[in-house]
Design a protein around this ligand. Sequence first.
Ligand SMILES: *Cc1c(COP(=O)(O)O)cnc(C)c1O
Length: 356
Amino acid sequence: MSQAIKITKVAHSNVDSLDFDNIPFGKIFTDHMYEAHYEDGKWGSFAIKPLENLSVHPGNLAWHYGQSIFEGMKATKGKDGAPLLFRPEEHIYRLNASAARMCMPEFPEAAFLDAIHTIVKMEEAWIPPSEGSALYIRPLMFATDEAIGVRPSEKYTLLIMCLPVGPYYPKPVSLLADTKYIRAAMGGVGEAKTAGNYAASLYPAKLAKEEGYDQIMWLDAKEHKYVQEVGTMNIFFVIDGKVVTPITEGTILKGITRKTIIQLLEEKGYDVEQRRINIDEIVEAYKAGTLSEVFGTGTAAVIANVNKLKYKDTVMDFDQDKATVSAYAKSTINGLRNQTVEDTHNWVVEAGTYTA
Ligand SMILES: *Cc1c(COP(=O)(O)O)cnc(C)c1O
């Protein structure tokens, strides 16, 4: 059994002030947060308490040099209103992979699962009931040493926040394949969910927006030819009925939604190829009329259909009526999350049922 969590509850929940039909993404936080501290080589002081501001020294190492990693997962409501988690262990494996790359300490799996189960069960009244809405769970780990100088911190904090959210992209998105800027290079930190990756994407994303595109589709750093992924989503193409997605070889974030969808599509009988994808092949397939759909996958968006993709002078438009593969994947994953599709993989677990 992991060390017990010290729980302090709010006197009055704020949940009554939430309009479940109208939730702005990322702005509404639930009543409580989880907090843990790493000091003298171990994690401890596990607590759940009212959400509050932190008091941070100006020399905080995370602020100066970016030792900061995060996760994103979602809780939904099942048939009987039970709070459900989806593959929570995958998120602690990935958090710890990000931690290793950023020279940060791993967080114990048992303590993580205990934390997620306990806080989601406490905040279950905040889980929006409608399909596509969810309680977004944001674990965050950052350095807390108070010192100037580039070196790994000796102290860290791990927080878990919960935010009710509506659908992330209610409409299809347009993508620009960037031929100048890059997200990740081999040997870099593209596989880690670390703060700097997102900071580095802001300026190119702003330029893409000015050109009228919602997001960037990143190409490889060396040749600007091989498709990587989108801001916070992995990317899939359907060519000649075959599903194709870039292989994660060190520059691409290993999405849990990506992994889930590959398995669901294979089980449905689709041919799914994970390989390097040259953008010229995408343009050729489009011109030949064999590229029927493009979609992104990620916890926040679940599935976002792409209606437009630009590469150099070619603008590709996609008919949303042909997006049948993504429609199947989306209804299946949402169905698993609200228990209208049978969970044959034991991916769905009820929050509050964890025992170490
Ligand atoms: C989080 C993230 C994804 C999606 O991962 P999921 O586990 O499916 O949520 C994809 N790409 C990037 C860059 C991400 O940060």
